[in-house]
Design a binder for this molecule. Structure first.
Ligand SMILES: Nc1nc2c(ncn2[C@@H]2O[C@H](COP(=O)(O)OP(=O)(O)O)[C@@H](O)[C@H]2O)c(=O)[nH]1
Ligand SMILES: [Mg+2]
Length: 356
């Protein structure tokens, strides 16, 4: 390994020098900008940049006399950040112990929103697998897709009980699409499968939300009830013990309201056997996924359901969240139409969204 430092007035020139002297296979080890020493009277010096690069084999030594012209460049800043992002990603992939034929897949995963550490873990697993196929980036992507399929927990549709109603509650922030999703699932089971369904709204907070459900209920001929507390809920569930499926819609609260999930837990515990689906919108930041999960985890969350796939830009967060918290995904929704825009979550779908 031969290591050299290159300084120039900007990154594109420094990179050009790296390529000229060490060749296109040169590895960029680090980059930094060098501040000029405090200005001497009357003479202002510009910031310079330094790239430390290396080649694996001893390339023929080129005399470092080549002068690269320092042309002023308008696009300098753009180019600098572009070079930074391109170089540092490969750089990081390399420092994580990945092989050159994996860099491309690594980039695709990270650009698709996968956490770098998670991406690197999966790629390392791929390295452990012996394969007859040649180690090129296409085969690597296929191998990685297969691994991702296996690690992403998807539990599929709601399983009904053999005896008595299955009770499923939907919790999560306001506006993510809980009420709409309840209507879609009710339609799927009541209209498409001919099951006996009831909807209960714990959404006493926003009257409009109950009206919204009542309209859907009338169209589907599914009873819609409103429960204010645990006694009411228990009574309603007792009245509907002939049903196959009871869906509970809830009001969302701020992810900071810890007391809310404690109240919900009390209500659900009083009823017993409630399967909880945390509803998250893929348009939200991953940080909010985690904060919401923390808010509700004390009440026991069984599944996660992602909404607004039609509006999402980045789907890696969904993978990161489910894998990290080992929380199986139940459904996806991808539009406002009831009942059409509902699908049972499948790992293949997530992978194609990430690889796009
Ligand atoms: N684009 C899109 N909008 C959705 C989806 N699901 C729900 N919505 C919309 O999101 C808004 C809030 O939905 P709502 O069910 O009231 O959310 P809630 O507050 O969680 O009950 C409404 O305008 C819905 O039509 C979806 O999958 N995609
Ligand atoms: Mg609602």
């Amino acid at each position: 390994m031969r290591i050299r430092k290159f300084t120039a007035s900007n990154y594109s020139i420094a990179l050009q020098e790296v390529k000229q002297e060490l060749g296109a296979d040169a590895l960029i080890l680090s980059t930094r900008s060098i501040k000029p020493p405090s200005p001497i009277a009357g003479k202002k010096e510009a910031t310079r940049v330094e790239i430390t690069a290396a080649v694996e084999f001893a390339a023929p030594v080129v005399e470092p006399e080549i002068q690269v012209e320092d042309k002023p460049e308008n696009k300098d800043a753009d180019l600098k950040s572009l070079i930074f992002s391109l170089l540092s990603q490969t750089d990081r992939a390399q420092s994580m112990g990945l092989m050159p034929h994996q860099f491309d897949t690594f980039s695709r995963l990270v650009e698709g929103g996968l956490d770098e550490k998670l991406a690197s873990k999966i790629l390392k697993k791929a390295l452990e697998q012996n394969s007859e196929q040649s180690a090129d980036s296409h085969n690597e992507s296929l191998k990685v897709m297969n691994l991702m399929k296996r690690v992403l927990p998807c539990k599929g549709e709601i399983d009904l009980n053999i005896n008595g109603p299955k009770i499923v509650a939907f919790v999560g922030p306001t506006g993510v699409g809980k009420t709409t999703t309840v209507a879609k699932i009710a339609a799927e089971y009541a209209l498409r499968r001919g099951k006996k369904v009831a909807i209960v709204s714990l959404d006493t907070y926003r009257l409009g939300a109950v009206d919204q459900l009542r309209i859907y209920g009338e169209i589907m001929e599914v009873p819609v009830e409103v429960a204010g507390g645990k006694e009411e809920l228990r009574q309603i569930i007792a009245n509907h013990k002939d049903k196959d499926l009871i869906l509970i819609d809830t009001t969302g609260r701020s992810h900071q309201d810890k007391d809310y999930s404690r109240q919900l837990k009390e209500v659900f515990d009083a009823v017993g056997g409630v399967e909880t689906h945390l509803v998250l919108s893929v348009t939200a930041q991953e940080k909010l996924f985690t904060a919401t999960y923390h808010q509700f985890s004390s009440m026991g969350v069984d599944r996660v359901l992602f909404t607004k796939l039609d509006e999402g830009l980045n789907f890696g967060s969904l993978f990161n969240f489910s894998v990290r918290n080992r929380l199986p995904i139940s459904y996806f929704t991808s539009g406002q139409q009831v009942p059409e825009d509902l699908e049972v979550a499948r790992p293949e779908r997530v992978i194609s969204l990430i690889f796009n």
